[in-house]
Design a protein around this ligand. Sequence first.
Ligand SMILES: [Fe+2]
Length: 241
Amino acid sequence: MATAFPKQLYKQGDPAMPPEFRELLVKLLLDAHLENNGNPEYRKILANIADAGLRHAPHGRAMEIEAEIVRQEVNHGKIVAELIEGLGANPNQHRPIKQYAFHIPLEDWIDLAWFHALIDRVGLYVGIEMTGAPYEPLAKAAPDLEGDEEFHTRAGFLHLKEICATPEGKRAAQERLKKWWPAALDMFGRSDSKTSPLYVKWGIKMHENEALRQKYIAEAIPEIRKLGLEIPDNLANRRFL
Ligand SMILES: [Fe+2]
C-alpha cells in the first residue's frame, strides 16, 4: 500500500511534524527496534551476545569478528538513544524486549552463529525499511546501521560454513535451525497487526509485516541451502502468524 501522505522530510524538532507521526516513530524506536543503550534490557542482551562470542569463538579471527559486532551494536544503541531524545522522548527507560528471539539462551557457538545469521538478518530487513523514512535524522542514520547488520548476518553464515564442514556440526546446525527459523519469522510480527499499516501509511516503513516476512524467507532460503541444510516448515513452531 503506497503512503497516503505526500513525501515530506521532517527535520528534528520540526513544528510541522504531525503528532501521530512522532508517536509512531517513538513507539518504533523505543519498543519495536530495541537497540537503545538507555534501556537496561538491551544491555543485558548485548552482554549475552558478548559473553557467548568471546567464550565460544573457535579461533582468534572469530573472536575479533564477535568483538567488532558487539562494538557496532553498542554504537547502534547510542545512535538510537540520540534519535529517541531528538524526538523529545526519554531513552533512559526500562523497556521489556518483546521479541522472544532475544530471550533464547545462546548455549554455544552454533546458537550464536544462527543468531547472527537469522536474527541480525531481521534487523537488516527492518532497518532497510527505515532508510526511506521521512524523518531526516533516521534516514541519515539508517544506512550505516544496515551496513553493520549486513556484516553481522554474513558473519553468522561464515561461522555456519565452518560449523557445517563436519558431519556432526552439520547435524547440530540442522537441529538448531528448528528453533531459530520460527523465532526469526515471528520477529516480523502479526500479519493482522494494527500498527503495521500505519507505519506504511506514514512512509516510516515500505512493507507491512507479512510482505516483509515473505521477502525475508525468499532471500534467506538460498543462503541456508548453500550450507547443505533443509529449511523447516515456515509454519512449524510459530507463535505469531
Ligand atoms: Fe546486529
